[in-house]
Design a protein around this ligand. Structure first.
Ligand code: UD1
Length: 331
């Protein structure tokens, strides 16, 4: 059995990864304290794969509790570490919470891995580590710029921790994950107030918000609005399987961008959502949002060549599934 511990496996990206792991011959074991998601994501993943998934309701910063998982589960091959707080806005208000939890949980995990001779970890990083990059598309050799938020800084510090550790690792720098599994059985249950573009579009479409404000149309981009690289969460989940195979074979340390390679503007994203779902979104142009990067999209050369991974699912499908999830979640 290819047992893999998945911290934060009940979350948005984690639950999608459970499904991809199972489809590819791995047996995920979830460690999650459910502080910002729902048990429904584990039940949904079990329904999709037709199998039970072992689940430990544990906070990863609690070493004595977390240790029990390593004592109980023998022959684990590796760990995927998703468990973290993820609200940029909250991190600005409560930076200590982010440093304590996001860094603290990785420290505990690395110690337990060392104690138990477990050598392979995949870490959830973010393109936010690049800040505002000088060269586009951005590749993995671009330097870390000053982080835009404590959340971003926590990701930079975690990557540095992994670099210093003796454990083999892959850090995946996600671009902007969107969409949901086509079944509608798993998705984003987090209680964070939506701050990201696509959840705000769907909340506007369903009437939870009156209007969406486009943050600035005077950027140096084709239509004046910011460019981002929106990646379907199922493609992103699949990258974790590739990363796991990579670390198990190569026993090395590496970092990969996980994006589509395509920059999409805010106005394009709204238009595509409207077209595929046959809806009209009420939007207005507003001022720029503080801390926003004008444009960022991924150079995928490394993940294509070394992980043999590429994003496959079109943006249109992601926008359809995002709407399906909003409908499911709201009724
Ligand atoms: C944000 C975080 C990033 C995190 C990512 C997770 C910041 C600075 N960065 O990225 O660290 O990894 O979320 O998904 O917060 N937009 C609007 N109106 C809205 C909301 C967003 O115009 O109501 C625009 C933004 O200006 C931006 C684009 O939509 O150009 C995407 O925004 P968002 O979804 O918040 O993601 P990022 O800012 O790229």
């Amino acid at each position: 059995m290819n047992k893999i511990i998945v911290t934060g496996g009940a979350g948005y990206i984690g639950s999608h990864t459970l499904v991809e792991l199972s489809r590819n011959g791995f047996s995920p074991i979830v460690v999650d304290n459910l502080c910002n998601t729902s048990i429904q994501n584990i039940k949904g993943a079990e329904k999709i794969i037709g199998n039970k998934i072992p689940f430990y309701k544990i906070d990863c910063t609690n070493e004595s509790e977390f240790k029990k998982v390593f004592e109980t589960e023998k022959n684990v091959k590796g760990v995927i570490h998703f468990a973290a707080f993820k609200s940029v806005e909250e991190s600005v208000r409560e930076p200590e919470k982010y440093f304590k939890n996001n860094i603290g949980s990785l420290e505990v995990l690395l110690k337990l891995m060392n104690d138990n001779g477990l050598n392979n970890i995949i870490f959830s990083s973010s393109c936010t580590v690049y800040g505002s990059p000088d060269v586009l598309p951005v590749n993995e050799s671009a330097p870390f710029k000053k982080a835009e938020s404590p959340y971003g800084e926590s990701k930079q510090l975690c990557e540095e921790l992994l670099n210093k550790s003796d454990i083999n690792s892959v850090s995946l720098r996600y671009f902007n994950p969107i969409g949901s599994h086509e079944s509608g059985l798993i998705g984003d249950y987090s209680a964070d107030k939506a701050n990201n573009l696509v959840p705000i579009i769907t909340e506007t479409a369903i009437g939870k918000r009156e209007q969406i404000t486009v943050f600035g149309d005077d950027y140096n981009t084709p239509d004046g609005t910011c460019l981002r690289d929106y990646i379907h969460v199922v493609d992103l989940a699949n990258a974790h399987v590739k990363a796991l195979n990579h670390v198990l074979q190569n026993k090395s340390k590496s970092v990969f961008n996980i994006g589509t390679g395509k920059g999409v503007s805010v106005l394009e994203a709204i238009r595509i959502f409207e077209e595929v779902n046959e809806l009209q979104i009420n939007f207005k142009i507003g001022p720029r949002r503080a801390g926003d990067v004008e444009q960022i999209y991924s150079d995928n050369t490394l993940s294509t060549n070394e992980l043999n991974w590429q994003a496959k699912i079109p943006l249109e499908n992601a926008m359809k599934s995002a709407w399906k999830w909003e409908l499911k979640k709201s009724y």
